[in-house]
Design a protein around this ligand. Structure first.
Ligand SMILES: *Cc1c(COP(=O)(O)O)cnc(C)c1O
Length: 369
């Protein structure tokens, strides 16, 4: 059994992928070729946002988002304590100060109340001026942007949505990647929309930010590549990856539906020993990962039993970000919910190509552990 099954999805579109790649090879337009522009236009339509700017990976996308809003050294950027390291990593990389905010115990997403408290604590301290918040949509569930947006407006700070796990998700029919001043996503192969290497994208409705991002992605270019008007980076999506993504895009809605159907079976069949992420009624998660929570003392035994039956599992995430060694020196509100989740969580396979037999095997194994 695989944790994520990329081969089955490739098999469904193999001929189209081969034809796309062959065309790109023949065209010789490997950097910012026509497939990149076609993809950006399709992605912005899919998400319902005016501008899509593709880039080299999801981490660069976050970095570029902060560069586009002119974050300076010493600025405070709030971020989710329960996420993948990259969500916070780019903050000190720019000389800014990450301030870790705890999450909601049901959704595992950033708690708006805790954000409000953190901003107030920041303003009362002399740590630095509060400038922005990076909010991750954990496991594919869109965060509570209604509340978060209101706080950002009241406090006059920028909002960045890290939708690396939530491409395709929605809440009240509004798609992930459309909730913030700038949204970012990742096309790492195992994400809800994955390519055959690294890739990423940014989304914004703001024309000026979009122009700035297109400049940042090519060495801060002005009129052309050799007219450098700001410090940028080299962060483009390869044309071949864009071609692959255009074909993969035809599969993601069906794959998401299947992952959600599999998750529903687990929710119905697993015993009360396990708890799950709370998905609000108005939300459709991208179900990038299916998490189960249990007594911390039981986790090792559950993992061992899964392992004995060749069922893969992952500890997403084994530690809240404020407890990761390079982050310990930065401010946080304690992040006790994130810590408690990280001690009781594992993620199990939920991919779209799990067979009924495999799903049964996982359920029997967990219910007997
Ligand atoms: C995967 C991921 C990233 C980073 O994306 P890469 O393309 O691997 O650089 C950032 N944030 C979150 C929440 C992720 O899951």
């Amino acid at each position: 059994m695989q944790f994520v099954d990329l081969n089955s999805s490739t098999r469904l579109i193999r001929e189209k992928l081969d034809a796309r790649i062959a065309n790109i090879i023949d065209s010789g337009q490997f950097i910012l070729g026509p497939d990149v522009h076609e993809l950006e236009s399709q992605l912005s339509q899919y998400v319902g946002v005016k501008h899509c700017i593709t880039c080299a990976n999801g981490t660069d996308a976050l970095m570029m988002a902060l560069m586009a809003i002119d974050i300076s050294p010493g600025d405070v950027i709030f971020c989710t304590a329960f996420s993948f390291f990259a969500s916070a990593e780019i903050i000190p990389l720019l000389g800014a100060i990450p301030w870790f905010v705890d999450v909601d115990e049901g959704t595992f997403n950033l708690s708006p109340n805790k954000l409000k408290q953190a901003i107030e604590a920041c303003r009362e301290s002399n740590i630095g001026p509060p400038k922005a918040v990076v909010v991750a949509d954990i496991f594919g569930l869109v965060a509570d942007y209604e509340s978060i947006k209101q706080i950002c407006e009241e406090e006059d700070i920028s909002l960045i949505e890290d939708a690396a796990q939530s491409f395709g998700a929605s809440t009240q029919s509004q798609k992930a990647c459309s909730f913030a001043n700038i949204a970012t996503t990742s096309f790492f192969p195992a994400k809800p929309l994955g390519c055959f290497g690294d890739g990423g994208a940014l989304f914004t409705d703001d024309q000026e930010i979009a122009d700035r991002l297109r400049s940042i992605r090519v060495h801060g270019k002005g009129q052309n590549k050799y007219d450098n008007v700001r410090i940028g980076m080299n962060s483009r999506l390869d044309t071949i990856q864009a071609g692959i993504l255009l074909e993969k895009l035809t599969l993601i809605d069906e794959e998401r539906r299947k992952r959600n159907a599999n998750a529903q079976i687990f929710r119905n069949e697993l015993t009360a020993c396990f708890q799950f992420q709370n998905i609000p009624d108005e939300s459709e998660t991208a179900m990038a990962a299916f998490a189960i929570l249990m007594e911390p003392g039981k986790r090792k035994a559950v993992e061992d039993r899964l392992h004995q039956h060749q069922i893969p599992s992952q500890r997403y995430y084994p530690m809240p970000l404020n407890k990761c060694p390079p982050m310990r020196k930065y401010p946080s509100d304690g992040c006790y919910t994130a810590e408690s989740i990280s001690q009781s969580i594992i993620c199990i396979p939920v991919h779209a190509y799990l067979s009924e037999k495999e799903i049964d095997k996982i359920i029997v194994c967990l219910n007997n552990s």
